[in-house]
Ligand binder design. Structure first.
Ligand code: SF4
Length: 489
């Protein structure tokens, strides 16, 4: 921190703001209060005895919450509100020792500044959102792209260092804002070139072209035939499950053959893959089963007069049960729509019942294998090795992370497992995200940790602290690694 008569310089990131008394810096995370540089947001601790999502409790609001009890009744010190180390050779803002079951543990916490970061989004929908590799935009700016379709979901990849740093200034700013909002659980409207407009919010249903998605598919068309063949047998002569990817035909499918469904002479368009499984019966879209079809009969080419018969019953349904229709062949073997028989209406309801609610999932992904490690140890590669050896546990706001195999510390975390508003930004632009490293004190010393800066949790007393209930589904980050957890014998 540098001083001038009426301003102080914040050196917590490369922007190096000069901040007047009473004002905050460009990121609103630091402020000048009476000539002191302060972190504006409270520093968050987690407590297993408090209800998750309950009211934030200011430290010191209860008489018994003194520094001593912080040590006696361990709370997990997250990096949320902890502050940032810049440049990185300085030790992390907090290196906290905690005795757990007779073992001295240490947690190194810092708010990492991530230029190499983004989000992976899973949108549960059968609707066509856009072609693979199509550009995804926010506020008109390119912020990412469409990746693969997974089972019942469309994946998007947003952010990354190229959008943050290689496009124009506006592209970087909008990308940063989009990532920040998504990570902090806000709704963001995205438009896909040549595709849909979708509103994405972590933990909420996607809204595709203004319509809230209700459910995922029960399976692909072929899987749906497999699941329900027995239930349809004897109630209808032919079933087609319409799907943009794999359309299923009961009489030809192995499941239909096993239960004894006779051939119907039906001929389907698209590419036949294996018996009863057809690819690409139509173009993708917002119609039946993620196709562009509003009339499913468009995929039927004909019925073979040698096998089909007048009165043959045909049931067509989509992979979510959102669309369904019943037909009988007339004398010319043309399908004529008829009221849905009760047993088939029940099977539509069964398909819908088996579809899980459609949600958006947002995973934050970032690389912590660079200079951030110097705030943890004087020998950064040892931190990387210690994580790979599972001696060091990595969490983000107390949430478990997945660390990718291979080099570096590339991690992913579900933002819904983290406390709300855990993320910030700096206008370089980059995302600020909490990261904690927890390990045994003896292991910390062995990897060249900043031992002179280790201090007990009670040293936090008097700071701007808040305590919140830990997420019930998260493992407690302070659990001592059990024997066989990767520790060398
Ligand atoms: S952007 Fe924020 S962290 Fe960076 S120098 Fe300014 S106030 Fe400090």
């Amino acid at each position: 921190m540098s001083q001038s008569p009426d301003k102080i310089r914040c050196d917590a990131c490369p922007v190096l703001c000069f901040i007047k008394d009473g004002m905050s810096g460009a990121c609103d995370r630091y402020a000048n209060r009476g000539g002191q540089l302060v972190r504006v947001d409270p520093h968050l601790l987690l407590d297993r005895t408090l209800q998750q999502g309950g009211e934030l409790v200011p430290f010191g609001a209860r008489d018994d919450w003194d520094g001593r009890l912080l040590d006696d009744q361990p709370r997990f010190v997250t990096a949320i509100g902890a502050g940032t180390t810049y440049p990185d050779f300085k030790p992390a803002p907090f290196i906290i020792s905690t005795p757990i079951d007779g073992v001295d543990m240490v947690t190194v916490v810092t708010e990492g500044i991530f230029s190499y970061c983004g989000v992976k989004i899973k949108i549960d929908t059968d609707r066509y959102l856009g072609a693979e590799r199509a550009t995804v935009r926010a506020q008109g700016e390119p912020v990412g792209h469409v990746t693969t379709v997974e089972y019942g979901s469309q994946m998007l990849s947003l952010g990354g260092v190229n959008h943050l740093t290689h496009g124009g200034k506006k592209e970087g700013r909008v990308t940063c804002e989009t990532l920040l909002d998504l990570c902090n659980r806000k709704a963001v409207e995205l438009t896909i070139d040549g595709g849909a407009t979708v509103v994405v919010q972590a933990g909420r249903a996607p809204v595709v072209n203004g319509v809230a998605e209700e459910r995922m598919r029960v399976g692909c068309g072929s899987a749906t035939i497999g699941m329900f063949a027995q239930q349809w047998f004897g109630k209808v002569d032919e079933v087609i499950v319409v799907d943009d990817h794999i359309t299923g035909v009961l009489s030809e499918h192995q499941a239909g053959k096993v239960v004894g469904v006779p051939a119907t002479g039906i001929r389907i368009g698209g590419h036949k893959s294996t018996p009863g499984r057809y690819f690409h019966v139509a173009e993708p879209g917002a119609g039946w089963g993620g196709t562009n079809l509003s009339d499913p009969l468009a995929i039927i080419e004909s019925f073979d007069p040698a096998r089909a018969w007048p009165g043959l019953s045909l049931f067509m349904v989509s992979t979510t049960g959102e669309h369904a229709a019943y037909y009988e062949l007339d004398a010319a073997l043309r399908p004529v729509e008829k009221p849905m028989p009760e047993p088939l209406a029940l099977s539509v309801a069964r398909i819908r019942e088996n579809c899980e609610p459609a949600l958006c999932t947002v995973l934050f992904m970032a690389g912590a294998g660079g200079s951030l490690r110097a705030g943890v140890t004087e020998n950064p590669v040892r931190l990387t090795r210690s994580i790979k050896d599972m001696l060091t546990r990595v969490t983000a706001g107390g949430a478990p992370v997945y660390v990718w195999p291979g080099g570096g510390i590339t991690f992913m975390v579900d933002v819904l497992r983290m406390p709300v508003n855990a993320f910030g930004y700096v206008p370089t632009p980059a995302i600020v995200a909490p990261i904690e490293f927890t390990l045994r004190l003896e292991d910390y010393a062995a990897l060249g940790g900043h031992m002179a800066h280790v201090r007990p949790a009670s040293s936090l007393a008097g700071g701007n602290i808040q305590v919140q209930g830990a997420h019930e589904e998260n493992p407690w980050p302070l659990n001592v690694p059990a024997p066989g957890d990767g520790r060398p014998a």
